[in-house]
Design a protein around this ligand. Sequence first.
Ligand SMILES: Cc1ncc(C[n+]2csc(CCOP(=O)(O)OP(=O)(O)O)c2C)c(N)n1
Length: 632
Amino acid sequence: MKPIEIANYDVLPKVNYPSDIRKLNLAELNKLAQEMRTFIINTVALSGGHLASSLGTVELTLALHYVFNTPEDRLIWDVGHQSYAHKIITGRKEKFPTLRRKGGLSGFPKREESAYDAFNVGHSGTSIAAATAFAEAQCLKGEHAKAIAVIGDGSLTTGMAFEGLNWSGGRDKDLIIILNDNEMSISPNVGALSSYLNRMMTGDRVTKFKSELKTFLKNIPSIGEQIFKFSKQIEESLKTFVVPGALFEELGFTYVGPLEGHRLDYLIKNFENVKKLKGPVLVHVITQKGRGYKFAEENSPTYHSIAPFDVETGLTIPSANTAPSYTEVFGRTLIELAASDSRIVAVTAAMCEGTGLDKFRRKFPKRLYDVGIAEQLAVTFAAGLAIEGLRPVVAIYSTFLQRAYDQILHDVCLQKLPVIFAIDRAGFVGEDGATHQGLFDFSYLRNLPHMVMMAPKDENELRHMLKTAIGCGSPVSIRYPRGKGAGVPLDDELSILPIGRGEVLHDGSDLAIIAVGVTVHPALQAARKLADEGFQVKVINARFIKPLDAELFLSTAASVHKILTIEENVLDGGFGSAVLELLAQNGVKDVTVKRLGIEDKFVEHATQAELRSQYGLDEAGIIRAAKEMLEK
Ligand SMILES: Cc1ncc(C[n+]2csc(CCOP(=O)(O)OP(=O)(O)O)c2C)c(N)n1
């Protein structure tokens, strides 16, 4: 049997839309759940993707679509990485094997893809705000569709989710929040809310204790009854411990749960009741991340987002490229630096493994802070640490750092604090698509006074940049891409780079390419190939986006009258724009400048290589652009 061919299944072929599942009996529904798991596992084994979270929500998805009248009732998935089952039963089963591939299905819900995707998602914590808006709009329009947010216990720790709970709990509109609690973010969930949810899970023990206590007190002659009465008064304060969901009740929600999230009959029965409730309701569902696939159940962080893997062994397909990733080199170098500088601490927003800080945590457990999915908190927290004389290194993906723009401006830059931003997954991220591309950080950081900005040409330069950043004394960012390094040798000795100085890698007088970050090596290769064709192309590795190497760039403009800038960032406000501003401010004339980067648009999912080729940022694209200028 080829497990991704739908004809090989029994129930799956009968199901295209939620209306089909509503015709199934319980045994068929359970069979369907099993088949969907196999289908998801085997598809993700080929495409890569968010496996563990999607396996955890199969029954939840079926029960929600079974009971609610989707798509009229709005179902909003938080992050959307758990929505594969939802995709399969909402008209996208046949296309599911194209998941995350160029031109194929997105890995996240997307309104352009289906009427069943009520809101575009990818970043954590947005579902309650969106669902509240639908509930409010329904009310205003005099309509009665339900608004349902499905949010994980990890995502519930984001500031936005708390803000949403606070506001919507006080609004009295019909809103359903499904808390999908698997006790995990990517790694185990952190923080007081997580402990609270854990306590609720052990709440029945406390309830038992309370009832035993009552019996005991009542049986004490004469004073027993009085103590019992008094104990009733303090019951309210005990409530938090003994009534699951008291916190949510206090916030204005009717709390339902905790519900066992893998029993379809039970979920369906409870959702039927929930459907009849008025006002804000929070349904607490307990699920298991990775459910039904042994390896993912045992090690859900690894299977949270996984590259293509072998289903039998659970092992990812080894890459022919043995170079370390930028992330690994960052993590390793930070450990080296921290070993001799006790001021260095690291901050992550729930992405310890993803940012390469897991080894740092093992080595220096007290010097690693995981604040949960809370990028804003991470940045302001780092600002405070910097005031205390520490050197915080905040490692966050480019796309998620967008959340913390004001904190970077208001709390870090305005106070000129030595916070180091290690911006991972900058540039094209590939298969995660538009919500995750790291194509904006040059633009959103470049306008901030005091910010020093670097981008290494390869993993070795990243090491020196990290050393440089620690001693910089101002806010500083280093952005580097997802994936393998260039495979260059790594220097043992780390040196401090002169701030704001680039390097000339190849000389030439017909055209100057000023490249930055991951575009430098392809630019160099392009120049070598162009040399074979008789063109003399100068290649500069900018190293710094801010401050620019004004002296080098201006002298280059004076001698080479054609300049090509290259960056993996949007052009608006990016590196090439900075070069143009420099030339304009210095009254440079007679220079033609062309900028390679991303025109004013969002970039969809495809592999990084496909995107580099599509946007002309690989060697071939650079040669094309250079020739256009050279031949003019
Ligand atoms: C703002 C933001 N920060 C970080 C992430 C990366 N991220 C994706 S899923 C996830 C964990 C979410 O945990 P939870 O909501 O509990 O869902 P689960 O995967 O456990 O089902 C994280 C941190 C993100 N998508 N958005």
